[in-house]
Write a protein that binds this ligand. Sequence first.
Ligand code: GLA
Length: 406
Amino acid sequence: MAIIRTLMLATAMVAAAPATGQDLVDPNRVPPSQDPARTANGLAQTPPMGWNSWNKFACKVDEKTIRATADAIAGNGMKDAGYQYVVIDDCWHGGRDANGFIGQDAQRFPSGIKALSDYVHSRGLKFGIYSDAGTKTCGGRPGSQGHEYQDALQYARWGVDYLKYDWCSTGTRNSEEAYAVMADALKAAGRPIVLSICEWGSTRPWLWAAKIGNLWRTTSDISDHWDGKHDYALGILPIVDQNAPLAAFAGPGHWNDPDMLEVGNGGMTDIEYRSHFSLWAMMAAPLIAGNDVANMSPATAAILLNHEVIAVDQDALGAQGHRVATFGTSEVWTKPLADGGRAVLLFNRGAKPATITAEWTALGYPVSLALTGRDLWQHKPVGRVQGRYTATVAPHGVVIVTLRPS
Ligand code: GLA
């Protein structure tokens, strides 16, 4: 009797279990990320360049700031230098409407996102936005989980060109599948939209994201410091050390992202900001300015507008440079360029000036080879050099040169 009652109870429990979408899925179905037909979206053949609101404005972002930023980028030479995407990070969101479509925070964005996107486009720039693969963004606004196709459609209607997609409140979601769902939703929405994967390197996206998105964060958030850990965020040096070993995974259309620039935000010296910018260029990192570009100093502008360093970052070969020699706190880095030349960086992490030598043997060149050098911060030729290139480098500074056969 007891056995029959237990069986009846078990049957009743099975029958009472609610049917969910997942019960109906074909168990042999290929998960979206593993679909053999999956291809990259073809965007971001060079590392994306632009501006993002987070590092300077955090949640205090509004349409006035975005308009002023677009005006500045269009008028101050940044657009001509290649800065293209104007991206609103977290906290633009309002609620969802009765049909589940996301809307903007009406106080901060009274004209609406479509009007703002139109404005950015009218300045000859592209427009980007932020969401999250979980139920809530990191700033507590509505996330896209369960609304991916609807959100992608809304972004396409608004004229969005770039989506940064974060990883807060994701519970037990699988990152590869979560990002693949949004990538498919963006494709289905029918507008070319760069997908910036922001799961902080937590599930090693360099191993799986090249066919899903265009760039992936490799570290925790950047902070405006030279070194160290600051709450959950990192200074420049630990970020460089985490991003550098991943060089092999970067290439046209899929980039390691050591996070957005802090140049001009006030926590470092101009020498340190030059190093930050040069290292990002050597690592073929996205160059997403994160300062108040409408009110920046001439020194900050001179860093962000260094066309010669930007050319290293944007080189068509798309190779991420790497460290070839370390002597105490001195380092030598190299990045191959599409025309057969190289960028070479001498980096002094130390607190005293250092004389640093890039030996041709370390670069893989024959010692007898004579090359033509050019200093990219001095904007001057350094003449013919053979066997090695040596320079004295300021504390926390860099010297960056190109070396070419002709
Ligand atoms: C995370 C991201 C940051 C920023 C914030 C917004 O921390 O890594 O870049 O987008 O969320 O809340």
